[in-house]
Design a protein around this ligand. Sequence first.
Ligand SMILES: [Zn+2]
Length: 534
Amino acid sequence: MKKLLTLFLFIHSVGYATDPYKRNAAIDVQQYLFQLEVNDSTDQISGVARVTIRFKKSITSFDLDLATKNAQGLGMTVSAVMLNGKSISYRHQNDRLTIQLAAASNVNEQLTFEINYGGIPLDGFIIGKNKFGDRGFFGDNWPDRGHHWLPVIDHPSDKARVTFVIIAPHHYSVVANGIKTEETYLNVKQKLTRYEEEVAIPVKVMVVGIARFAVQRAGVVDGIAIESWVYPQNKAEGFSDYATAVQVLDFFHRHIGPYPFKKLANVQSKTRWGGLENAGAIFYAENSVNGKGDHVSLIAHEEAHQWFGNSASENDWHHVWLSEGFATYFANLYLEHAYGHDQLVKEQLADREQVIKYYARNPAPIVDTTLTDINKVLSTNTYQKAGWVLHMLRHELGDALFWKGIQRYYARYQKSNALTDDFRLVMEEVTGRNLKPFFDQWFFRGGHPRLSGTWSYSLSKKELTLDIQQTQKEPFFSFPLDLEYVSKDGLKKTETVQIDSKTSKITLKADFEPSEVKLDPHTWLLFEGQIQKK
Ligand SMILES: [Zn+2]
């Protein structure tokens, strides 16, 4: 997910501020099958969900998330819950569907529950006209809006395989996660389309889109088809703009690890976000298509999520930087690959400015376990600051070890879940270094170094002396600081010094008299401040 298009304030939420998500450790969803029927005369959807659950403990009831009908009549109504062809009892209130088992489950038992339900979704499934006046239906689950139209465990820790069976008016095309395995004209009006995703994915990136589309195969990388799905009126611009996704996929596929899904569709849609990284079917805002090819960074961000977020997923919302920080930095890494290192520097400078501004308003750390409203996990901290921390980690470790660590982290946690410490342990394993101080100061504490310093040069000793202060409140940071000194006639030298305390006095041998000293000349440190001649 890249950009907010609508203020979260307007989104219905189920009151997480007072009711943090309680996960049920006794159940693990293995697979969802959603058979949904949509039509052109009403916004009513009706369907059957088959939810296959493995029981990790013996229990007699469990909850799924499913929005209840509100006073305006928006929301879902359940008409039956079945197990092995028999109705079983359930309660549906306060956005929870509580399913009662006739007998306690056995440990490791796997059962498939069938839920018959329907209604008009309040959110999570956007039904309406696009900018050309054409009707369409677009899933938009991120972060926990899936339960407005699907009975699910609406939390990224419980990933599952998903099949969508969509019955829709036959003039629509259907796109979803996974591979299309069936398309059947049922009668003169309706068509059935079936998609199956065999990799377990979080609900936040499960999706279906039903609309009139122009569809093009933009390219193939290592057997993976990359498709563009755009509004027919935008065909020329859309096919051109989305084609860049082929080079992006190729770069990540070669540098991170094998692309996790069987196809990638890039879809023009009614998502409220600038882009939403739905697994194998990225949805972009409809105005992302303009024929100018100026959304490369957005496309790279959403594609990076296929590895980080969709395949290697954060195990809890407080660690969402494992999605968003990675996607932010990997988009910048793609831009560096495509346009050169100066482009990366430009992006990092812009991001740094944002991080510094954001800190003035909100001094929280990247991993902020005090947050109970999950809508607030989206921030400059989890995007740009976390991206910056990856950038600094790369500088500390060097490119070879950085990439080795990234590849090993992905290989270990692909199709699985991880927390920040899991990532740290992999990076420690690869480097043989204790990275706990680095992770603690950058991910688990707020802020960044604010530096102020003076320098002087002794011609007789040929020594450059620097006095550098960290002026922020404690704690003080430990970091390598690059310094560049430049002479009047253009001689240049870069040195790296280690800063570990509030005050550092450093003396360097310098063969020529500097006219200027620059802190962090190559943009590798998240900091603010400067150094002046004494
Ligand atoms: Zn994102």
